[in-house]
Design a protein around this ligand. Structure first.
Ligand SMILES: Nc1ncnc2c1ncn2[C@@H]1O[C@H](COP(=O)(O)OP(=O)(O)O)[C@@H](O)[C@H]1O
Ligand SMILES: N[C@@H](CCC(=O)OP(=O)(O)O)C(=O)O
Length: 385
C-alpha cells in the first residue's frame, strides 16, 4: 500500500470529501502554542478568534467539540517579563499559572460571542490512569458536552512534576479523544501536513494519507519548529496519531488556518486512518498514559497465566518486587529476563508484598486474614504490552 504524497502545490490531492470527517459527531481539536501566539510570544487575538469562529460553526451544526489548547506557558511569558520559554520546571509552572488564566479568559469571551460557554478542564496523568479519577474526568467532560458547553483541556502544568507530566499536549489530546470516545481528532499546528522530511528542506513533500506504519517508513520526523514556542515538534504529533488511530479514531493533522476546510472534510493536511477497533478505554490509557511506579518480577508460570490465559496475578507467581509504589499505582509485570509483559494497577503497597511472595492466597488468608486473599493485580486492571 503506498502513501499518496502531494507535490508542493495546495494540499488538495484528490478533491474527495473525507467521509470519516464529515460523519464525526464528537470531535477533539488540539491547537499548539505556535498557532496561538505572536512572534514575541503573547496570545494572538486574531488567531484565537479565527479558531473559535471555526469551532463555533461546528457546534452550531450540532456537533460536540472538545478543545485541547496549549499556550498557557507562552501566554504567561510576557506578563512575567520573560522573553522565551524557560527551561526550568518551576518557572514554566509559574508562567503556566499566569498564562492559563489569560488563555481561558480569552477563549471564554471569544466563545461567548458565538453563544457558547466554556469549561476549563486541567488534567494530570493520574486523572486518566487511576480508576476513580478516570471516571471522574470522563463524567465531567460528558456532562459539559451534555450541557452544550465546550470543554477546554490543558495539562495541569502548575502541579504536574517532571515525573508525572504528559509533557506534550499532542499525547494528552489523543488520550482525551480516547476518554470521550471521540469520532475524530484534529491536530492543528504551524505546519500544513506531515511532510516526508523537514518542510523547509528542498525535496520534502506533503503526505496526504497514512494508512498504517508502512506509510511512515522513511519519513523524517523532526522536533519543534519555531524556537522556544512549541514543544514536541512532529514526533509527538505522529505519536499522538498512533495512539488515537490505535484506539479506532481517525486523525487529521493540519495548520490552524486550515481548520475550517479540514473540519468540512476537504482533503487538506494528513489523514491518519484508524488502525484497529476500539479497545477498552481505561486499559488503553493504562498502557499509553502511565509511567510505571515499580516492577513485579514473574516466574514463567505466572507469565503464562497472565499473558496466555488472561488470569489475575497472584502472589505465588511473583519472585521479586522493585519500586516504591502504593496500592492503586501502575506497575509493570516483567518476565524472568526483565522484559515487561503487562502493565496493571497493583492492589498492595510495595512494602506489603515481600512477605506475601510465593505463597498461595488460601495460605495467606488463613495466616493474615481474608483481605490477603485478593489478587496482586486483578485481570480487569491488566493490559498486555
Ligand atoms: N516531517 C515533518 N513534517 C512536518 N513538520 C515537521 C516534520 N519534521 C519536523 N517538523 C516541524 O514540526 C513543527 C511543528 O511542531 P511544534 O512546533 O511543536 O508545533 P505545535 O506548537 O503546533 O505543537 C513544524 O513547524 C515543523 O518545522
Ligand atoms: N501545557 C503546555 C503546552 C505544552 C505543549 O504540548 O505545547 P505544544 O507543543 O505547543 O502543543 C502549555 O499550555 O503551555
Amino acid at each position: 500500500m503506498g502513501t499518496r504524497r502531494g507535490g508542493p502545490g495546495p494540499t488538495t490531492q484528490n478533491g474527495r470529501v473525507r467521509d470519516v470527517v464529515t460523519a464525526a459527531r464528537r470531535v477533539v481539536v488540539k491547537i499548539g502554542s505556535s498557532s496561538l501566539t505572536t512572534a514575541t510570544g503573547g496570545l494572538d487575538d486574531e488567531r484565537v478568534d479565527a479558531l473559535v469562529g471555526t469551532l463555533g460553526a461546528l457546534a452550531a451544526e450540532g456537533r460536540e467539540v472538545v478543545l485541547v489548547s496549549s499556550g498557557a506557558i507562552a501566554a504567561g511569558l510576557a506578563p512575567l517579563g520573560l522573553s522565551r520559554r524557560p527551561r526550568d520546571l518551576a518557572t514554566q509552572q509559574a508562567a503556566a499559572s499566569v498564562g492559563q488564566g489569560l488563555l481561558i479568559g480569552r477563549y471564554a469571551s471569544a466563545f461567548a460571542r458565538h453563544g457558547l460557554t466554556v469549561g476549563q478542564v486541567l488534567l494530570t496523568v493520574d486523572d486518566v490512569t487511576r480508576r476513580a479519577h478516570y471516571r471522574n474526568a470522563y463524567r465531567t467532560l460528558r456532562k459539559l458536552l451534555d450541557l452544550r458547553a465546550v470543554p477546554i483541556v490543558n495539562e495541569n502544568d502548575t502541579v504536574a512534576t517532571e515525573e508525572i507530566r504528559f509533557g506534550d499536549n499532542d499525547r494528552l489530546a489523543a488520550l482525551v479523544a480516547a476518554l470521550v470516545h471521540a469520532d475524530l481528532l484534529v491536530l492543528l499546528s504551524d505546519v500544513d501536513a506531515l511532510w516526508t522530511g523537514d518542510p523547509a528542506r528542498p525535496g520534502s513533500s506533503r503526505i496526504s494519507e497514512v494508512h498504517d506504519e508502512r506509510d511512515l517508513t522513511g519519513v523524517e520526523v523532526g522536533g519543534a519548529g519555531r524556537a522556544g514556542v512549541g514543544t514536541g515538534g512532529m514526533v509527538t504529533k505522529v505519536e499522538a496519531a498512533r495512539i488515537a488511530t490505535g484506539f479506532g479514531i481517525p486523525v487529521v493533522l493540519t495548520a490552524a488556518p486550515l481548520a475550517a476546510p479540514a473540519l468540512a472534510g476537504e482533503p487538506v493536511g494528513t489523514l491518519f486512518h484508524p488502525s484497529r477497533r476500539r479497545p477498552t478505554a481505561r486499559l488503553f490509557w493504562l498502557a499509553h498514559a502511565t509511567s510505571p511506579r515499580g516492577r513485579l518480577h514473574l516466574d514463567p508460570g505466572a507469565v503464562a497465566a497472565v499473558v496466555d490465559r488472561r488470569k489475575s496475578l497472584l502472589p505465588a507467581g511473583i519472585t521479586a518486587v522493585d519500586g516504591a509504589f502504593t496500592a492503586g499505582d501502575p506497575v509493570d509485570l516483567v518476565d524472568a529476563g526483565g522484559a515487561p509483559v503487562a502493565r496493571g494497577l497493583v492492589n498492595y503497597d510495595a512494602v506489603e508484598l515481600p512477605g506475601l511472595l510465593g505463597r498461595s492466597t488460601t495460605e495467606l488468608a488463613a495466616a493474615l486474614g481474608p483481605a490477603y486473599e485478593r489478587e496482586v493485580v486483578h485481570r480487569d486492571d491488566l493490559v498486555l504490552l
